[in-house]
Design a protein around this ligand. Structure first.
Ligand code: GDP
Ligand code: ZN
Length: 352
């Protein structure tokens, strides 16, 4: 099977070279389940286990594979199984904050090329939320497409498009009703062969509906025919799917309930207009509050920048700074000489 259909390209090829010379193969993770990984490989779909040495040399959870990752494997002859020896570098990665109060980053998916940021055009429509998701996407390294769904429930689409355009920062804005199968064609230009997409958005905006429409019944049947996994309800045991159009889609629960985990870079990109204005502020470290010569405040007063967007920017900025600060504080006790192996154990305890 040609790995290109699963997203293999020159980037991974290059990083795989040293392994290729030693006779290793490559596979892409379609599911992570209690330290076991389901893989797309040139020999079909297999389960892979992590080699002990790889597991023990991993410094953190980040160093271990997640859905979408490419891994270096050795096939076990006649067993339809593989052993995972290493992880190839990631082109993009999505992290969320671990649920609850703990301040920890958790990687949920890797190597996503394009993210559909889904919003409902019903009463839940909220440009501020689009801003948040756009910030997250900018941080990940993936491209963003803003998808406004439930067009059938919206009496003032033009107005909503205008609002979405204002926060889109040049990213495409597409309007659909996921219940109309034909409407999904509008997403085709963004679903390219061998490229991986994922959907982000609040609960209830229509992500599952869109995914089901894109997948269609046909594909699920095709996958059920994969010889080694007949009867295993493969479709539910996989979170990276091949689409009929040739693209791939990642649908993991982690992406669905994502909480913001971003840094300054993502913020600057998602609020490029404000970043550009801020360069003209008199003070280098201007907080855009009451400082004299603040270009951001001037833009607010002239109406060039909306007050809501300004507030949203400050809120996200505060959140990011707060997270960064808490992380610095949190790191300190770690420095007390705890044995590295102990640290690792405690790290994993809560994660698997
Ligand atoms: P998710 O939580 O984002 O996965 O949202 P779902 O796909 O489960 O959709 C939530 C609800 O919205 C379901 O009842 C869908 O049938 C409905 N829905 C999804 N897309 C549309 C749409 O374009 N128009 C309308 N009227 N309802 C939709
Ligand atoms: Zn300023």
């Amino acid at each position: 099977m040609d790995l290109k259909i699963f997203g293999w390209d020159a980037f991974f090829e290059k990083h795989f070279e040293p392994y290729a010379a030693k006779g290793y193969s490559a596979g892409r993770v379609s599911l992570e389940h209690r330290k076991r990984y389901r893989l797309y490989t040139s020999e079909g779909e297999l389960w892979g286990d992590i080699r002990g040495k790889f597991f023990h040399t991993a410094e953190s959870r980040e160093d271990l594979p997640v859905v979408g990752d490419w891994v270096v494997i050795r096939m076990l002859p006649n067993e339809k199984k593989a052993v995972i020896h290493a992880l190839l570098p990631r082109k993009s990665k999505f992290s969320r904050k671990v649920k609850g109060d703990r301040l920890e980053e958790q990687l949920v998916a890797a190597n996503i090329d394009t993210v559909f940021l889904v919003s409902g055009l019903d009463n839940e429509f909220n440009p501020r939320r689009i801003e948040r998701y756009l910030t997250l996407t900018s941080e990940s390294g993936a491209r963003a497409v803003i998808v406004l769904n439930k067009a059938d429930l919206c009496p003032d689409i033009d107005e909503k498009i205008k609002q979405a355009d204002m926060v889109a920062q040049g990213n495409p804005v597409i309007v659909i009703s996921a219940l109309q199968k034909d409407d999904l064609k509008k997403l085709d230009p963004f679903i390219k062969k061998g490229e991986t997409i994922a959907l982000l958005g609040s609960s209830g905006v229509g992500k599952s509906t869109i995914i089901n429409q894109l997948l269609g019944e046909k594909v699920q049947k095709v996958h059920d025919d994969v010889p080694n996994f007949r009867g295993l309800h493969v479709t539910t045991h996989r979170q990276l799917f091949l689409l009929p159009s040739g693209g791939l889609i990642i649908d993991t629960p982690g992406m669905r309930e994502i909480q913001l985990w971003v840094g300054e870079a993502g913020l600057e990109e998602a609020f490029e207009d404000i970043t550009r204005l801020a360069e003209k502020c008199y003070f280098r470290d201007c907080q855009h509050q009451n400082e004299p010569g603040c270009a951001v405040r001037e833009a607010l007063e002239s109406g060039e920048l909306s007050y809501d967007r300004y507030q949203s920017y400050l809120k996200l900025k505060r959140e990011i700074e707060e997270t960064a600060w808490q992380l610095t504080v949190k790191k300190k006790p770690d420095k007390k000489k705890k044995k590295k192996s102990e640290q690792k154990e405690s790290k994993y305890k809560n994660r698997w």
